[in-house]
Design a protein around this ligand. Structure first.
Ligand code: MIG
Length: 738
């Protein structure tokens, strides 16, 4: 078996088989020469052999590809696998990496929109794996045999990474340091965002904005779904329903609202449409085996699909966004980029012939189901994907089947490259539906077409750490659920969790019940208002934690078992750590008036009913039943932690940052470093960052003291400390900032 070994550090090793496709997932370079010898001594030069020197797994080659196997011990848990079904611990499940337009997210779905083959094994042995392969592979995580992990990669060309640092968090950091720094959104993208498919015209959008402002719901952006375009053609505007666009964009901007248009991957095949014409003439679209343009239908009807694997095509595509940025737009969402295919002309023809054969026949039940299936399975057919060919830089072509999972993220890469050309200093809001490993460098992701089901609120909780591990820090689900009809209770509870997700966007499908906060009863509206305002109060913390996580290869959301060693914490699936100071414990059941929580250590509970009023209580380590009315949510502060807060406002840029409030849960010495920058440019990379350090501690006489120090340019002028000690004594202090 021919393979070579690459060492990235003492705890990161890659086994390389054949000539893997250059996915660009990993930006780090393997150690070489002296560096390598320093870490591993002279034996490190060993490159190939007969058996693979993996520390934990067996890797074998067979005719049908490469297998990775590992025997699970009793109590082993598996975390990660990115955007996938299931709970936090993925033991017992089967996944396939195949970016899919998957509307239903039923529990046994093996693939969703993202392909994220990074997993952490925790238990008897502790290690992590990343398989750098952009096609479909099967991850059988104890599904066929509960005592076995078996991963099948149907190729002889792949790079397999093994992470052997002592604990899961470090393994994640090591992985993240390989794949590079995440995309950084503008700070306003941490506000509340309102979406629906579709706000049909300017009036519809204006009405949403008016109502949100009227009902005192803070909001930073409203989304434009496919109906803003003329005949669903990318980079066009419907001239009637969205006339005088740039003036309108500017008007909304004055009210603190940004418009975020959708961009679909498919380009309508049409004579009088310049984007198609140019792409067609220059040969920029994906081809079939015989070199014709590959076409399939999506919303605009028959479409061609930009061949994003070519740098020149990406450059061309990236420039198209300028049509909208020139009119004042600074955020987008890239949809349907798995790519989703409703049908191909060939597929449709086959189904029609099938039907014709059945015509005038008294068909049997089996024939009936086949006939039905012939039409039902027209979308996203494997044969259609196999008909797509990509042109590579080296002059070779590659079949789509081999690289399917990279398509969507290359679209987002194209957008990112375009933005950098347009305005290298500016941060644009960008997130994608399809993704793989390394798309996190170009944008965030949303979690796709979920349903207004309690199960999908739970799924949202379980997915956040998984996508974080793969670098997708700017992410979130469609709050309230996309398909189906949300109850006001579900939306309230969902918002109570989503106040912690960087992307906080309420979105719902055409034909469903209105889902804006004001579309529900008065009581629900009040509850949502309070918790959305809480979100705005949390923005300094969330933003600071986000930036630190991005810079230090951390997650924003960590599962409890990865942080705490005690046995009871290992089973906690529905509470998450949010940054370094907080733990959330959302209510995830209908009609629940509370929930069980497990506290691995003493924590300070803020039961939030009103965003601007503390209702605080120390809860001791252990199991508790916590009553939580619909109007209440639980926010836990860890010992010796500090939570920075500011006042809410109608939108992020209107927030008054002159006074900062810090909630301190003091045991012996608490410290927080609040990161700050301009929030709109990339200047932070060149030193334009500031920080405010708050330290609260006991002095030699057991008196509470504080230190507030600043570095750089900060908007904060005074700090109000609300300090709770271990005996629930409250001390309030006002510290001016010089
Ligand atoms: O086939 O643009 O996931 O957010 O509203 C549906 C319409 C296409 C799927 C996206 C969803 C969006 C919808 N799109």
């Amino acid at each position: 078996m021919a393979f070579s070994i690459q060492r990235f550090s003492a705890s990161v090793t890659a086994f390389v088989f054949g000539h893997p496709f250059p996915t660009e997932a990993v930006v780090a370079k393997p150690l070489q020469g002296q560096e390598l010898e320093q870490v591993f001594g002279s034996s490190s030069q060993q490159v190939a052999g007969s058996s693979i020197p993996s520390q934990y797994v067996s890797i074998t080659e067979a005719d049908d590809g490469i297998y990775i196997r590992y025997s699970l011990a009793e109590g082993d848990a598996i975390y990660g696998v990115g955007q996938n079904m299931g709970r936090l611990n993925k033991c017992g499940q089967l996944f396939k990496t195949w970016c899919s337009d998957e509307f239903r997210h039923l529990p046994d779905k093996a693939s969703l929109y993202g392909a994220h083959p990074f997993l952490v094994i925790k238990g008897e042995n502790n290690f992590a794996l990343f398989i750098d392969y952009p096609g479909e592979m099967t991850l059988d995580l104890g599904f066929s045999d509960p005592s076995q992990i078996s991963i099948h990669i149907p190729t002889h060309h792949v790079r397999i990474f093994e992470f052997t640092a002592a604990n899961a968090k470090q393994q994640v950091r090591d992985f993240r340091s390989l794949i590079g720094q995440p995309y950084i959104p503008p700070r306003w993208a941490f506000g509340y965002q309102q979406c629906r498919w579709s706000y049909y015209d300017k009036n519809a959008v204006n009405e949403v904005v008016e109502k949100l402002r009227h009902f005192d719901i803070p909001c930073d952006s409203v989304y434009l779904d496919i109906d803003y375009m003329e005949e669903f053609k990318d980079f066009t505007l419907d001239p009637h329903r969205f006339s005088d666009f740039s003036n309108w964009v500017a008007q909304l901007r004055q009210q603190g609202i940004r418009l975020i248009p959708i961009i679909d991957a498919g380009v309508k095949v049409a004579d009088n449409y310049s984007v198609y014409q140019e792409g067609h003439e220059k040969g920029y679209f994906c081809k079939t085996e015989t070199g014709d343009e590959f076409q399939a239908a999506v919303w605009p009807g028959l479409c061609a699909f930009p061949d994003f694997f070519q740098p020149e095509v990406r450059q061309w595509w990236g420039k198209q966004y300028q049509f909208l940025t020139d009119q004042g737009i600074d955020g987008f969402w890239n949809d349907m980029n798995e790519p989703a295919l409703f049908y191909s002309p060939q597929g449709l023809q086959q189904a029609i012939s099938h039907a014709e054969q059945c015509k005038d026949k008294n068909i049997g039940v089996h024939e009936f189901f086949q006939l039905k299936g012939a039409f039902e399975n027209l979308s996203n057919r494997r044969e259609d994907y196999q008909a797509i060919w990509h042109q590579l830089e080296d002059g070779n072509r590659i079949n789509h089947e081999q690289v399917h999972n990279l398509y969507g993220q290359k679209m987002t890469q194209a957008a990112d490259e375009g933005f950098k050309q347009l305005n290298p200093d500016k941060r644009y809001l960008m997130f994608s539906r399809a993704s793989a490993i390394s798309g996190h460098r170009y944008g965030g992701i949303w979690l796709g077409d979920n349903h207004s089901w309690w199960e999908h609120l739970k799924l949202n909780v379980a997915m956040m750490p998984g996508v974080n591990m793969c670098g997708y820090l700017y992410s979130g689900a469609d709050v309230g659920g996309f398909a189906g009809n949300a109850t006001s209770e579900l939306l309230c509870r969902w918002i109570q969790f989503a106040v912690f997700t960087p992307l906080l966007r309420n979105h719902s499908c055409m034909g469903t019940r209105d889902q804006e906060p004001y579309a529900f009863d008065e009581n629900a509206l009040t509850i949502m208002r309070q918790h959305i305002k809480l979100r705005y109060r949390l923005i300094p913390y969330l933003y600071s934690e986000f930036m630190q996580a991005a810079k230090n290869n951390e997650n924003l959301f960590w599962p409890l078992p990865l942080e705490y060693a005690d046995p009871d914490a290992q089973n906690v699936e529905d509470q998450l750590l949010v940054g370094r100071a907080l733990m959330c414990a959302p209510v995830l059941e209908q009609n629940a008036s509370g929930r069980y929580v497990y506290l691995p250590e003493n924590m300070l509970l803020w039961k939030v009913r009103q965003h601007d009023k503390f209702d605080l209580k120390i809860m001791p380590q252990g199991h508790h039943y916590l009553p939580l009315e619909l109007a209440e949510m639980a926010l836990f502060l860890r010992p010796d932690s500090i939570l920075p807060l500011v006042d809410s406002a109608h939108h992020v840029e209107a927030q008054d940052l002159s006074s900062l409030e810090c909630l301190v849960y003091l045991h012996s010495s608490a410290e927080y470093v609040l990161y700050h920058d301009d929030g709109v440019t990339h200047n932070w990379q060149h030193g334009a960052q500031a920080s405010l350090k708050v330290k609260v501690f006991y002095d030699a006489e057991n008196k509470i003291q504080q230190d507030v120090t600043i570095e750089g340019d900060l908007p904060y002028r005074q700090v109000k400390l609300t300090i709770i000690d271990q005996f629930e004594q409250v001390v309030v202090r006002h510290i001016p900032i010089a």
